[in-house]
Design a protein around this ligand. Structure first.
Ligand code: CA
Length: 255
């Protein structure tokens, strides 16, 4: 297994793509490149990069839109590339959930230094949370206990590792190969059916159906949708009917 970290570049300008790719490869990063935001989002979901370098000026969906989408599904570290070094842009980037930003033109040295710094800061792996909890599912990684809505469910070690892998990547698709590696320690090609059957059993045990929160993503793998990230930025306005219905029970004060 390689411990090379993967950086996804989302940038439409060919020269800058090439430059970034070259500098990053020379510094022992695995590199993925997308020339537009939609491709970038889909590569991020498929490959789970360790960090994303995201240009603000992209065709169609711009960098802000991409960032918003990324933040609705993951905490992947993001460094924004911006052409304007204005304070407003910087504040906007950091406020929108970017981890850092670089103003074009930047030096190779600066780029690598920023990437390393963001990666260091975003990976306090030794201080990993002892307990994962999202309101539905709680996993105590020390006591090895799983509970759903507060009720402890007995799971096997493999099921425990599956659930731990899902919650570590909550909201992101994990390939069958990644799940095999995480739960069985198998090479990602060995025993793909095991994943399917274990997930079937696990869902049954936890009282979950095919529709969630562990969902199959055809052609890719499986995803765990925690209750809070199940919604996107476009939440339906569920309050629309409330004022009239609650007002019906209230008598108007005398005027
Ligand atoms: Ca651009």
């Amino acid at each position: 297994m390689t411990d090379q970290q993967m950086v996804l570049i989302i940038e439409d300008e060919g020269d800058i793509q090439t430059l970034l790719r070259t500098v990053l490869s020379r510094n022992d990063f695995d590199v993925l490149v997308a020339s537009d935001g939609v491709t970038g989002i889909s590569l991020a979901a498929q490959h789970h990069p360790d960090l994303i370098v995201l240009d603000v000026g992209l065709p169609d969906l711009d960098g802000w839109g991409v960032l918003e989408h990324l933040r609705s599904v993951s905490n992947v570290p993001v460094i924004m590339l911006t052409a304007h070094g204005t304070e407003a842009d910087r504040v906007r980037g950091l406020g929108a959930g970017a981890d850092d930003y670089l103003v074009k033109p930047f030096s190779n040295k600066e780029l690598i230094a920023r990437i390393r710094a963001v990666l260091r800061r975003s990976q306090p792996v030794p201080a990993q949370q002892d307990v994962y909890s999202d309101g539905l599912l709680t996993i105590d990684l020390i006591a090895k206990l799983v509970s759903v809505h507060g009720l402890v469910v007995k799971v096997t070690p493999i099921e425990f590792r599956l659930l731990s892998a899902f919650t570590r990547s909550a909201g992101l698709v994990l390939s069958v190969g990644q799940l095999l590696e995480a739960a069985w320690g198998n090479p990602p090609t060995d025993g793909q059916d095991r994943v399917k059957f274990s997930i079937l059993r696990l869902r049954k045990k936890l009282g979950w159906s095919e529709s969630g929160p562990i969902v199959a993503v055809r052609g890719f793998g499986y995803r765990y949708d925690p209750p809070s990230s199940a919604r996107t930025g476009e939440t339906p306005d569920i309050h629309a009917d409330e004022p009239s219905s609650s007002a019906a029970g209230v008598t108007a004060p005398p005027s």
